[in-house]
Design a protein around this ligand. Structure first.
Ligand SMILES: Nc1nc2c(c(=O)[nH]1)N[C@H]1C(S)=C(S)[C@@H](COP(=O)(O)O)O[C@H]1N2
Ligand SMILES: [Mo]
Length: 314
């Protein structure tokens, strides 16, 4: 028997079910069946069997555009640790996804260093269809599985003196040829304010299209700021540091006049070298208007009402 539960993001005409779901659901259902038959409850076994990709689709983040084809989203990537071109997928397959630890440190009450699978037992996974807008004016719309960054804030309990969060990403010289380009300020780091990290929209993704995030898209765990230009959303997160100093991130170090700290999407503020008024949908030649905060103003506009005299959209 194949149990097929339609995911929120599945298009009605989509014929194929991602193999992981069918398998995961079938295994989960069998697990529950045997638990019930044995007359005992084993919540831990259940959780492990269902983890990590059996996630509830969030009704707050659903597709309002056609989904980008999975093939497109996983074969046109920005990942400078591998290459400055877009075809990084095959090179990235050599980059190990386990073992993986995430460190939470700096100005926190509870510094933590956790194996990713242990971390995933402490959060509940949901699925969100989110728009992604690269500063280069291309965009995609894809289903991510993960948990809100707010869950990590809860675990680490930042001190009230902590004002910023720094996301440090993997720098593995043995598998990432891009690291030999020594003029780049490795490791890739990005940052935000505590308030931005705690916003409902800030998301830690471990799944894409119902499967583990592939290495080229930032597996095994990446951060997502759907209202900011894509470069803020660091891939392969290894360390999250809480600090009272505003970080200067990878792209800001390289070219501060073009890539700022805030980098919120705004169609009316051009990049110094090109317009940001519209965006190309990945996998098509369709060009659509870009929206303020990438269409997420309801979630995040309030974060910036008191920020004065800053380049919020660069
Ligand atoms: N570590 C790391 N993270 C990164 C990048 C990178 O080069 N290295 N590129 C960024 C940019 S510019 C974009 S647009 C997105 C691309 O994510 P995607 O490949 O999943 O579309 O990842 C961001 N995160
Ligand atoms: Mo980007």
């Amino acid at each position: 028997m194949v149990i097929h539960i339609r995911r929120g993001w599945e298009l009605p005409e989509s014929a194929a079910t991602p193999e992981h779901f069918v398998l995961g659901r079938r295994k989960a259902a069998l697990g529950l069946g045997s638990i019930l038959a044995a007359g005992t409850l084993a919540p831990r076994a259940w959780a492990q069997d269902a983890a990590p990709m059996a996630a509830t689709p969030s009704p707050r983040f659903v597709a309002d555009r056609a989904l980008t084809a999975e093939k497109e989203a996983t074969s046109y990537n920005n990942y400078y640790e591998f290459s400055t071109g877009k075809s990084v997928a095959s090179a990235a397959q050599r980059f190990a996804q386990r073992p993986w630890t995430v460190k939470l440190d700096g100005m926190v009450e509870k510094p933590l260093e956790l194996g990713l699978d242990d971390l995933l037992k402490q959060v509940s996974l949901e699925e969100r269809v989110l728009r992604h807008r690269c500063v280069e004016a291309w965009a995609m719309t894809v289903p991510w599985t993960g948990f809100p960054m707010a869950a990590l804030l809860k675990l680490a309990a930042p001190l009230s003196s902590a004002k910023y969060v720094v996301f440090e990403t993997a720098a593995d010289r043995s598998t990432m040829p891009g690291l030999r380009q020594s003029w780049y300020p490795w490791p890739y780091k990005e940052g935000c304010t505590i308030a931005e990290a705690g916003n409902e929209l800030c998301f830690m993704a471990v799944g894409l299209y119902g499967k583990p995030v592939p290495p080229q898209n930032g597996g095994p765990i990446r951060v997502l700021f759907p209202w900011k230009y894509g470069f803020k959303s660091g891939k392969a997160i290894t360390r999250i540091t809480f600090t009272d100093q505003r970080p200067v991130s990878f792209w800001e170090k390289l070219q501060a006049s073009e890539y700022g700290f805030w980098a919120n999407v705004n169609p009316q503020v051009p990049h110094p070298r090109w317009s940001q008024a519209s965006e190309r949908l990945l996998g098509s030649n369709e060009q659509v208007p870009t929206r303020l905060f990438n269409g997420y103003a309801d979630f995040v506009a309030g974060l910036y009402t008191d920020v004065k005299g800053e380049n919020l959209y660069l």
